[in-house]
Each structure stands twice: as C-alpha cells, then as structure tokens.
Design a protein. Structure first.
Length: 233
C-alpha cells in the first residue's frame, strides 16, 4: 500500500470511528432525570412504549422485575412472579422491565423484542408467558430457526405477522429495551432477575419463595391500607 493509499485508509477509518461514536451517543438512553421507581409512560426515549403493567394500575404497591428472557434463574422465578401477580391483581401493580445480558445470553434481546412487538398488538403478557414457559426450546436457536420459532408464537396469538416482524426491527422497540436496561443500571441492577417492591430491592430468598414474596407484599399492602385478599391472610 503506497503513502496515498495509507492516508485515504486512515481518513476513512477515523471518519468511520467518528460515525460509530456519534451513533453510540445518540442511542444511549439518558436516565439522569428518571425516577426508577415511577411507572414510565410512553415517551420519545422509550419509543412511546410505556411500562407494561399487570394488575392494578396506579396501586400504591408496585413490584418491578428486571428480567432477561434467556436467563435460567428468571425462568425459574417466572412461575412465582406470575402466581403472586395474578393472585394480587386487584391490589398490586406488577411491572416487567427488560434487562437482556447479551454477553452471556445472545438470544435475550431478540426475545425481549418479540415480547415488545407483541405488546404493540395488545399481547405483551401473553407473549411474555410463552417465551418464559418455553425457554429451553429456543435458547439455543439461531438465525432463521429462532425467527420461525417466535413467529409461530405470534401466529398462535393471532398477531399480524408482517407488522410483528416490522416492529421487532423498529427503533421504537430497540429504544424501549435500551431505556429499560438503562433504568435498571441506574437502579443498581447487576444480575437477573432483580425485584424491587415499592423501591426496596428484594433478596433472592424472598422472590424465590412464593410464600415469602406474598408475605412481603402483604406488609406493603397493610402500610398502604389496602385490603389483603382473603386467600392470602
């Protein structure tokens, strides 16, 4: 390579690096002013996709999970979170935020995108449940096999497949996942799953045990003067 070619190569490389830095900066979520314990409404940063709430929206008792769909401990905890959120759906608001750890779970972000895309057609929690319940079936898939697997779920849920695929690749879904992750980092999340009950981080011994998680929720309900369901007294 002659001197002129080297100069052209260096200029091109520097320019490309600058573009990558600019792109990275534009895609980075700014959470300095975000209250991690507040329900996030749809806004420009999260692609106008609000927090997903199961149960009593606006309740004074909030359980937030930061989860990774490919994380085995998350799948193990999923039945507990589901059971508790369903039993307390008239008293508690349960929120799931994406925290895909792609370095160890390469399919986690694709799964998160799948759930978010389903959510844009009103089927977020149905897809959330399907993904966790079948984790061992898709966690090792790649490329078109993974795509077909998740498309089958979308078809089972009666979704518009063209819209579903378009939404998965959209900046809105990407922004939603990015903001969830950034909020989790600000909240102090280091691993998944991580649960916060009214802003207090729960120990794994609590969220990993259905009875203990119910006890913790009951304490917060009493503080908020919300009647506890009779079946959990």
């Amino acid at each position: 390579m002659n001197r002129t070619s080297w100069i052209i190569f260096i200029v091109f490389s520097v320019g490309l690096l600058a573009l990558l830095v600019i792109f990275s900066g534009n895609s980075r979520s700014d959470v300095k002013k975000v209250d991690v314990n507040t329900i996030q409404s749809g806004n420009k940063q999260n692609g106008n996709i609000a927090d997903h709430i199961f149960g009593k929206a606006g309740s004074k008792v909030t359980l937030i999970e930061y989860g990774d769909f490919q994380c085995p401990p998350c799948a193990n905890t999923y039945p507990i979170a589901k059971a508790v959120s369903e039993q307390y759906k008239e008293q508690l608001q349960f929120v799931f935020r994406n925290f895909p750890i792609s370095t160890s779970h390469p399919n986690a972000r694709a799964a998160a995108g799948t759930a978010e895309a389903a959510g844009l057609q009103g089927k977020y929690w149905e897809m959330h449940d399907k993904i966790y319940a079948s984790q061992t079936e898709w966690s090792e898939l790649t490329g078109t096999d993974r795509t077909k697997f998740f498309e089958k779920f979308a078809s089972d849920l009666g979704l518009d497949i063209n819209k579903f695929n378009k939404d998965i690749a959209s900046s809105s879904v990407s922004d939603k996942i990015n903001l969830d992750y950034a909020i989790g980092k600000k909240a102090g999340v280091e691993a998944t799953p991580t649960f916060y009950l009214n802003g207090v981080k729960l120990d794994p011994s609590v969220y990993g045990d259905e009875a203990k998680l119910k006890d913790a929720v009951n304490v917060e309900l009493k503080k908020a003067k919300i009647e506890i369901p009779k079946s959990t007294d």
